[in-house]
Design a protein around this ligand. Structure first.
Ligand SMILES: C[S@@+](CC[C@H](N)C(=O)[O-])C[C@H]1O[C@@H](n2cnc3c(N)ncnc32)[C@H](O)[C@@H]1O
Length: 194
């Protein structure tokens, strides 16, 4: 992702780093805008981390982030249901599986309200129009499904797990009249002015 960004025309300094560490750099520069898209859900202790991110914003500047907000959506439950099947018991390294998580909106509010001038937060349910349930599984291959696939020993088992996941999704989503699938996805947005 960073290699692609570096190859783009965008004039910026691209730095690879851990969000929580960057947030902690209290001696570091402050910015007019600190923005995170679809990444904080992988970070532990999010309310404390977003409060520290706010400390990297100039007075009058903005902290904005967006994260997925429903780890118990049917497509996520389906991953766990497949993972709990007896056939995966010996192959899947369960202790290594670390799924993303989101706190309740109230937790981000309580962390940020005392240190910000204005706070706007909302949740939107998107209905993505996708060509098939395979497209839903592909969507998750690089995100929510990744901890499960990474916990398997080889490519063969990963592909088998993926196939079972596609089949499980087939039982959850029906096709529209034109053959497409409506895939619901909930996101939490927060914009804080310092
Ligand atoms: C769904 S992608 C979103 C990427 C990009 N922000 C975008 O909107 O296209 C999630 C990204 O979060 C990064 N990520 C996950 N945990 C992280 C952490 N603790 N610190 C920094 N980045 C992290 C992953 O490497 C991945 O690139």
């Amino acid at each position: 992702m960073l290699a692609k960004a570096r190859a783009s025309e965008v004039r910026a300094q691209w730095v690879q780093g851990e969000i929580a560490d960057w947030a902690l750099d209290s001696g570091g520069d402050r910015y007019d805008v600190v923005f995170s898209n679809a990444a904080l859900q992988w970070v532990d202790g999010q309310p404390a981390v977003v409060a520290r991110l706010a400390s990297r914003v100039t007075s009058g500047g903005v902290l904005a982030f967006q994260i997925p907000a429903d780890i118990n959506a049917p497509a996520h439950e389906a991953m766990r249901e497949v993972a709990n099947r007896p056939k995966w018991e010996t192959m899947l390294n369960r202790t290594s599986i670390r799924e993303w998580h989101a706190e309740a909106p109230t937790a981000y509010y309580d962390a940020l309200a005392p240190i910000t001038r204005d706070l706007d937060l909302w949740i939107t349910d998107y209905l993505h129009v996708l060509p098939s349930v395979e497209a839903i599984a592909d969507w998750y291959r690089g995100t929510g499904l990744r901890p499960f696939l990474d916990a398997l020993p080889d490519e063969t088992s990963r592909e088998l797990f993926f196939t079972e996941y596609v089949e499980a999704l087939g039982g959850l989503f029906s096709r529209q009249a034109d053959g497409k699938v409506l895939f619901p996805f909930r996101r939490l947005f927060l914009v804080a002015t310092l």
